[in-house]
Design a protein around this ligand. Structure first.
Ligand code: ASP
Length: 315
């Protein structure tokens, strides 16, 4: 009998932080969010249960969330100031420290798969703009026309924000960050992290957020895997995802303590709102957030009994 403890292989994902509707009001789409998050978590978990890699599991989950119009990633991305969907994504393999990312892509249907192609099939880490789209097309990834990514709800959000710009009675921009991310631990004990987003509503001048910046919105190594969501400029300045990993590796903090410290004691006091999902190499999870809510779902296996336990919570 082996004395090696079983790996608690796990997939944890988020569908963004913030609030989707004013507190105390009905939220008619809640069931749709729950169903979509649960389906994406189950799909990624099935990859792990079949012996697949954490990298493949993360990509599988995030492709489903990108294809859903509910989230700010892929289809359903927010619009830039110029009325375009410009998407960012990153994927990192904690076992090898290989990473791939794309920023400002407009034609690849699944930006997370473009990030995986950069990781596995290029000599680079981060590709941007038309070059990144060209690379994805050359790799044979599916492309999509602008109408695929466009949703009326997002378009109206842009018009409302632009109409309000400069007006003293301007309504606050929607307090919601619908970015998607996933972290996974596979049966080999390897971690991976991925994040995909349309970025911030009304962004200008080719703005790139934290999601495709390795160490800011996305990071994985042998200690932990992290995916963030929130006000990206703060996540870049504080190197959020890497800072959590560093506190764990160098200071011996637990994943919960490290993630709490960075989100609540560093980023929030500086004025940055958001959250992360984080997973350590033993399957321990953390999902601290300084926003009113964070959408997340996970599926974890009890390696000793072989039963799968599915938990799905939308806060
Ligand atoms: N962090 C993303 C960005 O700044 C936004 C989000 O999480 O929704 O681009």
């Amino acid at each position: 009998m082996s004395s090696v403890p079983p790996v608690n292989f796990t997939l944890l994902l988020h569908g963004g932080s913030g609030r989707l509707h004013p507190a105390g009001t009905p939220f008619p789409q809640e069931a749709d969010y729950q169903r979509t998050l649960a389906a994406a978590a189950q799909a990624g978990f099935a990859v792990l249960a079949g012996g697949g890699s954490s990298l493949a599991a993360v990509e599988t989950s995030l492709r489903l969330l990108e294809d859903s119009p509910l989230f700010n990633a892929g289809r359903g991305s927010v619009f830039s100031h110029a009325g375009l969907n410009e998407m960012d994504a990153a994927l990192m393999d904690g076992a090898t420290l290989q990473a791939g990312a794309v920023a400002g892509v407009r034609t690849v249907r699944n930006p997370i798969s473009a990030a995986r192609a950069v990781l596995e099939r290029s000599a680079h880490v981060l590709l941007t703009g038309p070059g990144a789209d060209q690379f994805a097309a050359e790799m044979g990834l599916e492309t999509a026309p602008p109408e695929w990514f466009r949703t009326e709800e997002r378009w109206q959000q842009l018009l409302a924000l632009q109409a309000a710009e400069g007006s003293p009675a301007a309504p606050a921009p929607p307090a919601k960050y619908g970015t998607v991310g996933a972290v996974a631990l596979d049966q080999a004990g390897h971690l991976a992290a991925g994040t995909s987003t349309g970025g911030m509503l009304n962004k200008r001048y080719g703005r790139v957020g934290d999601s495709p910046i390795i160490g800011a919105g996305t990071y994985a190594n042998h200690v932990c895997a992290v995916s963030g969501t929130g006000h990206g400029e703060f996540f870049i300045r504080h190197a959020v995802a890497h800072d959590i990993a560093a506190l764990m590796e160098y200071r011996g903090l637990s994943v919960a303590a490290a993630a709490h410290r960075v989100i609540h004691e560093k980023v929030a006091p500086a004025g940055g709102r958001g959250g992360v999902i984080a997973l350590d190499a033993r399957g321990h999870m953390a999902m601290p957030h300084s926003t009113e809510g964070l959408f997340w779902a996970y599926v974890s296996a009890d390696g000793q009994t072989g039963t799968n336990v599915c938990h799905m919570i939308v806060e």
